[in-house]
Design a protein around this ligand. Structure first.
Ligand SMILES: Nc1ncnc2c1ncn2[C@@H]1O[C@H](COP(=O)(O)OP(=O)(O)OP(=O)(O)O)[C@@H](O)[C@H]1O
Length: 282
């Protein structure tokens, strides 16, 4: 087994409120794993426990085969990177100065700063002070900092929530490159299309419990209906089974040139989440 993250029966309570009830999942080396859930479902709490920023109430949490609390040790800190909305950047310093400070702290060569700035498409803006940046630019600086030391494991809490489509695409490409080089990625998102584009597997989190887990294509197969919709030239929409029994019907429509278009009725991850939990992802 090559588990980078192994979480078993994790529970977290804050005073009387239960944030995580009985959460179990395993992430293998090289996976991109998406933790999907609406606001308040427990995504950030999970990342905080995994990265030793918050204590668990019960359960077992291992990273690289060691208790998550060991991630506070300096030799382990370099093994992972974190992007959260708490940037911790020095607002009076420039983007570049912030990253140079970080590279010195982590004893990374200064050349890594340029590479990280290119990764987030901010090299041309490197002299700008943090106080002058938009929310999306700050998110990109924080991401640059998270990947600069080339961690084995990357935690991304809503990585593209403040980004425009062009930068979102740029970051997706960069994350895929990192993943191709072996980085395991754990990301949280509300954004179903982001999960479909990036993730090998996803878990649906709802009220502190995992309600489903699997590869997007497998979840679609499990929760979808195997039907197709045929739109005819007279405006009618016919839903038929995607199998031999309805093939004859389709053949007849095609023969008589009645078909305008055909599409599958595959559910989105958002549809599946709604089906399982009865609530929306936002
Ligand atoms: N420090 C804290 N003290 C008390 N309750 C907390 C604390 N942190 C989180 N919670 C509660 O735990 C639950 C899960 O919160 P969490 O921040 O993990 O959700 P989330 O899924 O990350 O939400 P969002 O998408 O809005 O960031 C919420 O009910 C929240 O109010």
């Amino acid at each position: 087994m090559n588990a980078v993250i192994d979480v078993q029966h994790l529970k977290k309570t804050f005073n009387k409120e239960t944030a995580l009830q009985d959460v179990s999942f395993t992430i293998q080396k090289g996976e991109i794993f998406g933790f999907l859930g609406p606001s308040g479902s427990g995504k950030t709490t999970t990342i905080k426990i995994l990265t030793a920023q918050t204590d668990k109430s019960a359960g077992n949490v291992l990273l690289f085969g060691q208790p998550a609390t060991d991630m506070k040790q300096s030799q382990n800190r370099k093994r992972f990177g974190i992007l959260t909305d708490n940037s911790g950047l020095y607002t009076r310093l420039s983007i570049e100065e912030n990253l140079l400070l970080y590279s010195n702290l982590y004893e990374i060569p200064n050349s890594a700063v340029k590479e990280a700035l290119d990764f987030v498409n901010l090299y041309a803006d490197r002299k700008k002070k943090i106080s002058q940046l938009s929310k999306g630019m700050i998110q990109r600086v924080t991401l640059a900092r998270a990947i600069m030391h080339k961690p084995e494991l990357l935690f991304l809490d809503e990585p593209t929530s403040a980004l425009d489509p062009v930068n979102t695409q740029h970051i997706y490409n960069g994350l895929r490159r990192l993943n191709d080089m072996g980085t395991t990625i754990f990301l949280t998102t509300h954004d179903m299309s982001e999960a479909e584009i990036l993730c090998d597997r996803v878990a649906f989190l709802h009220k502190g419990k995992i309600r489903a887990i699997g590869a997007p294509k497998d979840l679609k197969k499990e929760f979808g209906t195997d039907t197709i919709t045929v739109e005819l030239k007279n405006g009618a929409q016919e839903i038929i089974e995607n199998g031999a029994q309805d093939a004859e019907k389709l053949y007849q429509w095609m023969q008589s040139e009645q078909v305008r278009c055909i599409y599958t009725n595959e559910p989105t991850l958002g549809d599946i989440f709604m089906q399982i939990t009865g609530s929306d992802l936002v």
